[in-house]
Each structure stands twice: as structure tokens, then as C-alpha cells.
Design a protein around this ligand. Structure first.
Ligand SMILES: [Zn+2]
Length: 110
């Protein structure tokens, strides 16, 4: 994949994640605050809340990573691991176009 395609891929992905984040935000901050009378229902609500909050957080993190990846394309350093300076494998970039690290450094970081 060349950089023009990669740019497009990142743009599409950014749009997709931004939409998802907009939806989770709506769910988190604009939902009806009525409390369920049934405790088990409430427990399910709370569990969903955690999942949605986690999705929201992850979405923001990914958007941030995409912004940085787009900057790296503009600065012509895209595809280079930020930790060790090695080239990131093409297959890894195909799956995670916004990753700032090679697989070895990503594994080290946990
Ligand atoms: Zn590395």
C-alpha cells in the first residue's frame, strides 16, 4: 500500500471511529436518567455503561493515534517505529494503520 492509499485508509478509519465515538457519547451523556426499579436490570445497565465508557475511551485514544499517524505521513516518517526506529511491518500497518510501534516494541510495552 502506498502512502496515498494509507492516507485514505486513515481518513476512512478516522471517520468511522469518530462516528462511533459520537454514538457512545450520546449514550453516555444524553441518555434518560430514570432509574430502573429492578435491581438486576440496573446491574445490566451499569455493565453496559462500563462497556460503552471503555469504547468511548478507546475511540478517543484511536482518534489521537490516527491524528499522529497522519502527521507522520506529512512529515515523511510514517511506518517507522517511534521506540526503536525500525520499519513497522506492512502487514501490521494494514491491520493497525495508526500504530506508532513495531510489534516487538508493542509487545514490550504490553
Ligand atoms: Zn520498535
Amino acid at each position: 500500500m502506498d502512502l496515498t492509499q494509507r492516507k485514505k485508509q486513515l481518513q476512512d478509519l478516522r471517520q468511522e471511529i469518530a462516528l462511533r465515538v459520537a454514538r457512545t457519547h450520546k449514550h453516555l451523556f444524553e441518555k434518560d436518567t430514570a432509574v430502573s426499579a429492578n435491581f438486576s436490570e440496573q446491574a445490566v445497565d451499569l455493565a453496559n455503561e462500563d462497556v460503552v465508557a471503555a469504547l468511548d475511551e478507546e475511540g478517543h485514544r484511536e482518534l489521537d493515534l490516527i491524528d499522529k499517524a497522519q502527521l507522520r505521513i506529512n512529515e515523511d516518517v510514517y511506518g517507522t517505529c517511534l521506540s526503536c526506529g525500525e520499519r513497522i511491518l506492512e502487514q501490521r500497518l494494514d491491520a493497525l494503520p495508526f500504530t506508532p510501534n513495531c510489534v516487538i516494541c508493542a509487545e514490550k510495552a504490553g
